[in-house]
Ligand binder design. Structure first.
Ligand code: F6P
Length: 342
């Protein structure tokens, strides 16, 4: 009987459970056994696993998070961990290992593949910043949550004649901020791809108030830098993959806006609310389709590949293509959103 391992790594996101469920269903049809490693790469390094059965995945389709839990463990950080991964693959007699994650998890997966581990990837992240796939699951849910938050900020901003700054996740890509700002009718949208000076930002707000509006909504991506200033981060230390911890630009911007425009300003950090709760139908369907594809890749021994969405099609792409470069917001989309600034 063939055996397949799976793990979920990096930040959790809605739709992970749909992928796990799909893999288990596919495996059952083919008579394969499924092993789930807990907490991402940490689980396989420590050989901490459980068998995933049809019972384990029953009822998890609408559930957010991941039943396997997750971590930001990097198997290339501590000496000996890669060898531990190889040993766990051998000991558990795995024919394939499906890594479900974003840039970091898949980056490690790609290196492990080159080091002889039979890795197959599934792309996930609310940030939607992975190349080689049109969308990652988790993004649609986060986008809808952020849009809902912007809708809610409108009524309170209006009641108090305030400028409300919403700080939105997305790391160094502005997808969630841009599209939720566009969908929610934000008056200025600030993304990492397009730095702006504080004066330029305030001009949009002043222009809007001059035409009789008494409130404004600013959607700012956490990775946005005010032109001439450094990126705002919450901590000096880097994470296991060498990334800065973003956060705080919304607060910084609120103070500047209030000072420069004289309008009372508040900041709301949407934070992990954007990653929590039940996945949208889009993310459940995409996660399920990715799970089915990942199992097929395992069945046919196509290691070093990942499931991806191209248009309406689920295709396979080399892991190398996914982790090569960040997928940032295209400028035509930004220009459309900019038509509605101010
Ligand atoms: O990559 C997903 C993400 O939510 C980013 O948008 C955000 O910068 C980061 O993870 C937050 O990480 P953590 O959950 O470790 O605070």
């Amino acid at each position: 009987m063939k055996r397949i391992g799976m793990l979920t790594g990096g930040g959790d996101c809605p739709g992970l459970n749909a992928v796990l469920r799909a893999i288990v269903w596919m495996a059952k049809r083919e008579g394969w056994t499924c092993i789930g490693f807990r907490q991402g790469w940490k689980g396989i390094i420590e050989d901490n696993h459980e068998e995933l059965t049809m019972d384990s995945v029953s009822g998890i389709l609408p559930r957010g998070g991941t039943i396997l839990r997750t971590s930001r463990t990097n198997p290339y950080k501590n000496p000996g961990d890669v060898e531990r991964v190889r040993e766990a693959v051998k000991k558990n007699r795995l024919d394939a290992l499906i890594a479900i994650g974003g840039e970091d998890t898949l980056g490690a997966g790609h290196k492990l593949f080159k080091d002889g581990v039979p890795v197959i990837g599934v792309p996930k992240t609310i940030d939607n910043d992975l190349s080689a796939t049109d969308y990652t699951f988790g993004y649609d849910t986060a986008l809808n949550i952020a849009t809902n938050c912007i809708d809610r900020l409108h009524t309170t901003a209006d009641s108090h004649n305030r400028v409300m700054v919403a700080e939105i996740m997305g790391r160094h890509a502005g997808w969630i901020a841009l599209e939720s700002g566009l969908a929610g009718g934000a008056d200025v949208i600030l993304i990492p791809e397009v730095p702006m000076t504080a004066d330029e930002i305030c001009d949009f707000i002043i222009r809007r108030h001059k035409r009789g509006k008494n409130f404004s909504i600013v959607a700012v991506a956490e990775g946005f830098s005010i032109k001439g200033e450094d990126l705002v981060t919450t901590k000096k230390e880097l994470d296991a993959f060498g990334h800065v911890m973003l956060g705080g630009v919304g607060d910084r911007l609120s103070k500047i806006i209030e000072k420069k425009t004289g309008f009372e300003t508040r900041c709301t950090v949407l934070g992990h609310i954007q990653r929590g709760g039940s996945p949208t139908a889009f993310d459940r369907v995409l996660g399920t389709r990715f799970g089915v594809k990942a199992f097929e890749l395992a069945k046919f021994g196509k290691f070093g590949y990942m499931a991806a969405l191209r248009g309406r099609d689920i295709v396979e792409v080399p892991l190398a293509d996914a982790v090569g470069a960040l997928k940032t917001v295209p400028m035509d989309l930004y220009e459309t959103a900019k038509m509605f600034f101010g």
